[in-house]
Design a protein around this ligand. Structure first.
Ligand code: HAM
Length: 420
């Protein structure tokens, strides 16, 4: 039996790294006053088909449940959070600051960094619409990525209003306009040219679009395009981000985003060392609540691809995890087994990560096992030690050994870990 294509199994060593990265990003969310929410892994498929855009709908895992209802495995979590808000949280004081961690499902062509089941951490700030909100959300995103240990990343900020106003204003056929925006999102300007030729759209519009889509760089890029509310808004975001100590973001007016619900600021973060699947974060401001039966409310949010952040942090050599075991207890002979169980139980009750030989291995094999299990120390229990209520503590890296009283063992291991 093989696992389904595009899914993964994770070993304990990998999970230790993933959890470390995830926890660092969770901590950042709490530092910004965001509280965690959890929503279902599957929803009525309509939740996602209403406004997510064709690209997402085409990739959705959809199935009928036993009651003949059409369900979908969530391709993202924003729509679920807003549904939850409309259902149960709309009367709470604003802004609501919510974050989530969960698996998402998209039927994509799997490759490195692109999976059919992947993991996101995301945040949504519901109830405000201003540059302060957008800047706060971008600042959280940057803090998450920094907390994960990444040093090499690029933050690009744009405004969907600029390109959308141009494209939707000039191209009246809705599906053609949507197609054009999709090509811009993919930065596939050859295909865009073909659409323009096939639909006999004016070349001057093509030139205007490509020049806007290529408006990238420092904040002064905004001085080279027609001034609008959107460009002023982006400028304001940049000036607030500076106050947050974030001054290395770029303007990118070509950001379209694969999802259709954005209405204002949009932003993405790339980790250039990841190659093709380098986008580690996407987000922006949007409205969805009115679609789900609520009052219209503005929100800003983002989602980070945890898998990609882990890959990028690994590539930078930034993930150091603690040893999986503090101590591995080895009875030298069968007579010492009971004493050894008492020792391991005590270490565990002191909060240490401890294990004991359950296979009745010889000393040399047990030491080999302790080393392959990644134990920092072996705790060897011989006849003499048992008689003196002590043990031999062996540092698995240096091979140094010393005799320690059983009463002092936990403290000894803890102190040594602090020094290391
Ligand atoms: P998204 O850009 O579709 O946005 O996904 C966010 C991130 O999830 C991507 O930047 C990428 O790192 C990761 N990701 C997406 N698809 C895959 C995949 N197949 N394999 C691995 N990683 C993947 C959203 O999902 C929006 N809900 C973001 C948002 C929140 N906007 C407002 N609030």
């Amino acid at each position: 039996m093989q696992r389904p294509r595009g899914t993964r199994d994770f070993r304990p060593q990998e999970m230790a790294k993933r959890r470390k990265v995830e926890q660092a990003m969770r901590d950042a969310c709490h530092r910004f006053g965001f509280g965690e929410v959890v929503t279902p892994t599957f929803e009525h498929s309509e939740l996602f088909t209403m406004r997510s855009g064709q690209a997402i709908v085409d990739e959705m895992y959809v199935f009928k449940d036993k009651g003949d209802r059409e369900m979908a495995l969530r391709p993202e979590i924003t729509a679920s959070v807003i549904r939850f808000y409309v259902n149960e949280m709309s009367t709470l004081p604003k802004p609501l600051k919510l974050y989530y961690v969960g698996n998402c499902f998209r039927y994509e062509n799997p490759q490195s960094g692109r999976y059919r089941e992947f993991f996101q951490i995301g945040a949504e700030m519901i109830g405000t619409k201003n540059a302060e909100t957008d800047a706060e959300v971008i600042a959280l995103a940057v803090n998450c990525i920094r907390a994960a240990g990444l040093e090499n990343f690029v933050v690009r900020i744009g405004h969907i209003g600029v390109l959308k106003a141009l494209v939707n204003g000039q191209i009246k056929e809705k599906d053609v306009a949507a197609e054009v925006l999709r090509m811009i999102d993919k930065e596939d300007f050859d295909a865009l040219g073909e659409v323009f030729d096939a639909k006999a759209l004016p070349r001057s519009l093509f030139d205007k679009i490509t020049s806007l889509a290529e408006s990238k760089g420092g904040v002064d890029v905004l001085d080279n395009v027609d001034r609008s509310e959107a460009t002023d808004h982006v400028k304001e975001i940049f000036s607030i981000l500076k106050l947050y100590g974030i001054d290395d973001c770029q303007v990118d007016l070509g950001i379209v985003r694969g999802l259709d619900y954005y209405t204002g600021m949009v932003f993405e973060i790339d980790a250039p060392n990841l190659g093709a699947e380098k986008q580690i974060l996407g987000g922006g401001s949007y409205t969805l609540s009115e679609l789900f039966g609520g009052e219209p409310v503005f929100s800003t949010g983002f989602a980070i691809g945890i898998d990609r952040v882990v890959l990028a942090a690994e590539a930078e050599g930034q993930i150091q995890v603690a040893a999986p075991l503090d101590a591995y207890v080895i009875p030298a002979k069968d007579d010492m087994r009971k004493y050894a169980f008492g020792i391991v139980a005590r270490l565990r009750s002191q909060g240490l990560w401890a294990d004991v030989d359950l296979m009745r291995r010889t000393m040399s094999k047990a030491l080999k096992y302790a080393s392959s299990a990644g134990a920092r120390y072996s705790v060897i229990v011989g006849k003499e030690e048992m008689a003196k209520r002590s043990v031999v503590l062996r540092d698995m890296q240096s091979g140094e050994q010393k005799t320690v009283l059983a009463d002092d063992l936990g403290r000894e291991i803890r102190d040594a870990s602090k020094k290391a």
